[in-house]
Design a protein around this ligand. Structure first.
Ligand code: ZN
Ligand code: MN
Length: 509
């Protein structure tokens, strides 16, 4: 082993496992994701879900873990979980049950979490993630199961700790992937794609700031040397709640593990998995503890809850609620509407935006023009108002009309932006608003011809440059164009001006 380490230390660049990477190792990452489901009430009691309410105001004897209380399953939470699992191409077994996972901590007054152990509600799925360099990659999903969230311990109130149980009992969907990701960027892409999916499905707000999605990557390295692969011990980074922390912690862990391997030569063995936290300030992982094995949790079936049978009829009913998924929609906007990958990605960032766009195109809008208006003006206004774009006063019909008016040369693209903003804020008809704001372009060729004649008479030098095709000809033509538009007070349709100007100048050659 010593010889190998010296060898690697002397020539780290020689040990390139992944040809795409210049690093002497391949990163292996699997992910565990906890997603808050946006049901009205908690998983096993009738308390309403709330964020930012006064501590312990959304609690009852069930979620406080009082002895003698009985949990009642939230059917909507199960349906949201199954819908998400279907979107992740999972198998949905017809029989699933609840288990108790024991652990003793102040934020969990029952001393156990209701979860699912050996018979989860879904398994063996996959998710397609878009890659930065283009194309997609399929990541296998091991399972997705339902459980309840714990409360929150608070350590900032004084020389004591407090506990807020408003969150205790919130439905949580735990999604576990296979270790199929090989870079921090791929892990980020998966996290973001999943966020887009749960938002499209309407099963979660997926708000990172509110802790709706929490990530726990399992990271290790494969280091190749002399035809042999050395695997470093797996580390799990707990409770990451931003894409940035997720990406950085993996990059950090990879570098740290490689260094540790060079120092110690330690490789993956049963029982040497470690748990780390992420220090956001110093941007480094911090060792927390050696990992408990599953049997430490003393899982056993919850005697207070009946197992769940998912019959074909119920399953079909849930499947009927499936919508077109964001990546499929993004690909369709590229192939059917001719949008760029980037534009299609922006539009499918939110379902409301994507459907607004779709509706406008169905009403005849030119896709590129509709996309520009929607992404350049619509999303900015929606963002300022803190609402989805379909909550503004503008409708897909308005958008289609605006796009049509640009196409017909009735208004300029700049005028369309102004009109979009006005209608989004105050409502109103696009054409009437355009007239009212004096934004209609003149396409009256008689009127434009008179302006062209006047400019030709005034600008003899520029005209000469064009007619004699001097070096300045191109610039002169642009100048004449500008003069005509200016004379019209910015109202002349540039296409028609260019046409008439060309005719006149060509006739003088
Ligand atoms: Zn409750
Ligand atoms: Mn969990």
């Amino acid at each position: 082993m010593k010889g190998l380490l010296n060898d690697i230390c002397a020539n780290p660049g020689k040990f390139v496992a992944n040809k795409m990477s210049t690093k002497p190792y391949k990163i292996i990452v699997g992910l565990e994701i906890h997603v808050h489901l946006a049901t009205r009430t908690k998983m096993f009691c009738g308390c309403e879900l709330a964020y930012g309410e006064a501590a312990n105001t959304r609690t009852c004897p069930v979620c406080l873990g009082m002895p003698g209380t009985l949990p009642v399953m939230n059917k909507t939470a199960v349906e949201y979980a199954i819908l998400t699992a279907l979107a992740l191409n999972c198998e949905i077994p017809s029989f699933t049950k609840w288990d108790r996972k024991s652990y003793y901590y102040p934020d969990l007054p029952k001393n156990y979490q209701i979860s699912q152990y050996d018979l989860p509600l879904s398994r063996a799925g996959s998710i397609e993630i878009p890659l930065e360099e283009g194309g997609t990659k399929r990541i296998r999903i091991t399972r997705a199961h339902l459980e309840e969230d714990a409360g929150k311990n608070v350590h900032t109130l004084g020389p004591f700790s407090a506990v807020d149980l408003n969150r205790a009992g919130t439905p949580l969907l735990e999604i576990v992937t296979e270790p199929d990701m090989n870079s921090p960027g791929e892990v980020r892409a998966l996290a973001q794609e999943l966020q887009r999916i749960v938002r499209f499905l309407g099963v979660s707000e997926g708000d990172m700031q509110k802790g709706h999605m929490r990530f726990e990557p399992n990271v290790n390295l494969h280091i190749e040397h002399g035809g042999q692969v050395f695997k470093t011990p797996i580390t799990e980074v707990k409770n990451l709640n931003s894409f940035r922390a997720l990406e950085r912690s993996i990059a950090y862990e990879a570098a740290r593990q490689y260094e540790e391997f060079l120092e110690t030569g330690q490789t993956l063995q049963m029982g040497n998995k470690k748990t780390f936290g992420w220090d956001d300030v110093h941007e480094m992982t911090v060792l927390q503890r050696e990992k408990e094995e599953a049997h430490d949790y003393r899982y056993f079936p919850d005697p207070d809850l009946v197992p769940v049978e998912v019959g074909p009829e119920w399953l079909e009913e849930i499947r009927g609620r499936m919508c077109e998924l964001p990546l499929a929609m993004q690909n369709r906007l590229v192939s059917a509407c001719g949008l760029s990958e980037y534009d299609a990605g922006v539009l499918t960032g939110e379902r409301a935006t994507a459907e607004f766009f779709d509706a406008a195109v169905k009403l005849g809008a030119d896709p590129k023009r509709a996309c520009n208006l929607l992404t350049q003006v619509g999303l900015k206004l929606a963002n300022e108002a803190g609402t989805p774009v379909d909550q503004l006063k503008i409708t897909p019909d308005h958008l289609a009309k605006l796009a049509g008016m640009i196409e017909a040369g009735t208004i300029s693209a700049t005028a369309a932006n102004t009109l979009f903003e006005r209608i989004a804020k105050n409502g109103g008809d696009p054409e009437a608003s355009a007239k009212e704001m004096n934004l209609i372009q003149s396409s009256d060729s008689g009127e434009i011809e008179a302006l062209v004649d006047a400019v030709i008479a005034e600008q003899a030098q520029a005209v000469q440059d064009v007619v004699q095709e001097t070096k300045k000809a191109k610039k002169a033509r642009g100048f004449l164009m500008g003069q005509v538009i200016q004379k019209s007070g910015g109202q002349a349709n540039p296409k028609i001006v260019a046409q008439i100007l060309s005719q006149k100048l060509d006739a003088m050659k």
